[in-house]
Design a protein around this ligand. Sequence first.
Ligand SMILES: [Zn+2]
Length: 310
Amino acid sequence: MKRSYKNIVLVLVVFVILITGIVALVINLKSRENKHYTVVTSNFASYDFARAVTGDAAEVKMLLKPGAEAHDFEPTPEDIIDIKNADLFVYIGGESEEWIEKILESNNISPNKTLELMDEVELIEEEDSYSTEEAEYDEHIWTSPKNAIMIVQRITDKLAEINPQKVDEYTNNANKYVERLSKIDEKFQEIVSNASKNELIFGDRFPFLYFVREYGLKYTAAFPGCSEQTEADAATIARLIDRAKATNTKVILKIELTSDKIAKTIAETVGATVMEFSAAHNVSKADFEKGVTYADLMEQNTKVLEEALR
Ligand SMILES: [Zn+2]
């Protein structure tokens, strides 16, 4: 009698241990499934691509404040904490983001949790770097929709490694976005092949090297790349006016979130209009709150390109 009582107790203890183990395992799996994944991104383009892939399956933060100048960015201590805590940090790399390498190093952030987009596409040398010994690569890789497609696919692969439970969701989201970007790419090709002109006049900086190389376009711009210069000298204005007259253009372009002063001066002289061609470094606060996407900006750009090459 005593012996069988002992046996019952033993069976019960084993049973309780087993149940506890199973419950703990289920809770663990559940919490991993519901873990709140965070992706931190640097500029608007990287933010948009990460947001398109994750959809509702992660929180995506942009370090750059909406409306702010992308090339003057300096991280706050909170930004550095966000980068450290992120499941994935997506950034462009290059000159404007040199500060990132230092932060990743000094905080021992694992390369498994970071994705430098300039490592993922074929790079083009800056046009103003021929005189320097070391070639500087232009950082505006995302201005080519073909690169944007490659970047979306790489972000998807990286997120699938980090959070394999959501791989189907990421892949579906990415496929939808890639389909839209492919249509935009086709539209740009169509516009360029049907156009009577092939040169763009920018009364502004020029972050579109990847874009013009992709579609075989020529350009004349006030400043190369994203030069820090904002005031054009008389010779620069004269050079742009000459090119605008020679190409008989009806549109002088400017980029997003910059002054239209130079473009306006040229446009008034040659009887053209100023139009914005977005490089998607950033968007205004209002557009950010509206949820404007890179694809929206590029669709708008197709309309502007059509006018500029007419
Ligand atoms: Zn730039």
